[in-house]
Write a protein that binds this ligand. Structure first.
Ligand SMILES: NC(=O)c1ccc[n+]([C@@H]2O[C@H](COP(=O)([O-])OP(=O)(O)OC[C@H]3O[C@@H](n4cnc5c(N)ncnc54)[C@H](O)[C@@H]3O)[C@@H](O)[C@H]2O)c1
Length: 337
């Protein structure tokens, strides 16, 4: 039984607590740390029978009973806490992104290299989504042939509060980072070059924060494939998450998940359900699956499915995308760092 401590009890920390408690065998959450613990959060955590609740994550790192920690705190704390945890001998699951700076991510990689028995996984949960996993499986099985064109549609149902934009690192390091990881996952290739066309079409307040809310991103993959991601911070009909991989032998495409597949036909037309509302609804099962695989890697000494290389690559692509917007030109990944 893997004994887990969760660092950061915000939105995603609570998701992992719930999913481990209900859906992950061979693991139990024994402690949660958050410096801003309030009564509501404490009651939520106590509801899962967690023994230790503290405001200081060092208590978790110093606890010999704890085998692994989940770093679910704000992004700017991920790298430093991960390094401390690795040095304390804990396996680490770190939420995305590992950091906004490649230098800090490399420092995490260095700590891991010095502790080869420690497992490290980045929270790119979409790899474990049943639809996207099926796309990669079809590619791995040779059904698509060589990858030629990847199309990812990724549109949120509603933009975040503009005050969040600045701390989040902007659309590319916060939202599109999942799509960048998905592009490398679905084509099984790194990215070589990025070019972005972008606009502020959803909320002028986002533009005032120096960010964009609408983007078309073209990428050249290292294996020769071309990829395009389209992003919007607001789709009127809900969370739009689709992918299509086209290759020399065929194509595989996914559609959105809905509450039901019922289609109603009447005198006004033919209508179906809207997509599931947002990531908590759409990706809940993927959060459980990524955790099951992390626990399996720790318990059975296997490599984790999403390591520090993926953590670094996704941020490099995000930084290249930002540079492409700023300089309005294609940017090679080799220019980043
Ligand atoms: N994989 C996903 O789909 C996904 C979804 C949401 C968030 N995230 C990532 O998870 C991280 C947290 O996001 P969130 O939405 O849960 O934010 P949040 O603001 O709801 O929660 C963050 C929590 O971390 C706590 N915290 C801050 N500093 C801390 C420290 N030093 N030690 C312990 N706790 C600390 C805060 O008090 C807060 O409760 C972000 O990096 C975000 O990018 C990933």
């Amino acid at each position: 039984m893997l004994k887990i401590g969760i660092i950061g009890a915000g939105r995603i920390g609570k998701v992992h607590l719930e999913s481990i408690s209900y859906h992950v065998k061979n693991a139990t959450v024994v402690a949660v740390a958050d410096p801003f613990m309030n009564d509501e959060t404490r009651a939520f955590i106590e509801g899962f029978g967690v023994a230790k609740i503290t405001t200081d994550y060092h208590e978790l790192l110093n606890d010999p009973e704890i085998d692994a920690v989940l770093v679910c705190s704000s992004t700017d704390t991920h790298a430093a806490i991960s390094i401390e945890a690795v040095n304390a001998g804990k396996h680490v699951f770190c939420e995305k992104p590992v950091d906004h700076s490649t230098e800090k991510i490399r420092a995490v990689a260095d700590a891991l290299a010095a502790h080869p028995t420690i497992k490290f996984q980045v929270g790119f949960n979409r790899r474990f989504d049943h639809n996207f996993a099926a796309v990669r499986r079809a590619y791995d099985e040779g059904k698509i042939g060589d990858a030629h064109i990847l199309k990812i549609t990724s549109r949120d149902p509603a933009p975040p509060n503009p005050t969040y934009i600045k701390v989040s690192g902007g659309i590319f390091l916060d939202m599109t980072i999942h799509d960048f990881d998905m592009a490398t996952f679905l084509t099984n290739s790194d990215v070589e070059e990025v070019y972005v066309e972008s606009a502020v079409l959803v909320d002028p307040a986002i533009g005032e924060q120096g960010d964009v809310d609408t983007a078309i991103i073209s990428m050249k993959m290292a294996n020769g494939a071309l990829a395009v991601i389209d992003n919007s911070r607001r789709a009127a009909y809900g969370y739009d998450q689709r992918a299509e991989l086209f290759g020399s032998k065929g194509m595989v495409a996914t559609s959105n998940d809905t509450v039901s597949s019922a289609v109603i036909s009447d005198e006004n037309g033919v209508t179906g359900e809207k997509p599931l509302y947002f990531f908590l609804e759409r990706y809940m099962e993927s959060f459980s699956e990524e955790m099951r695989q992390f626990v399996d890697a720790c318990e059975n000494d296997k490599p984790t499915p999403v390591g520090i290389h993926a953590g670094l690559q996704s941020v490099k692509i995000g930084l290249a995308a930002k540079k492409s917007v700023a300089e309005h030109r294609p940017v090679k990944l080799s220019e980043i760092d």
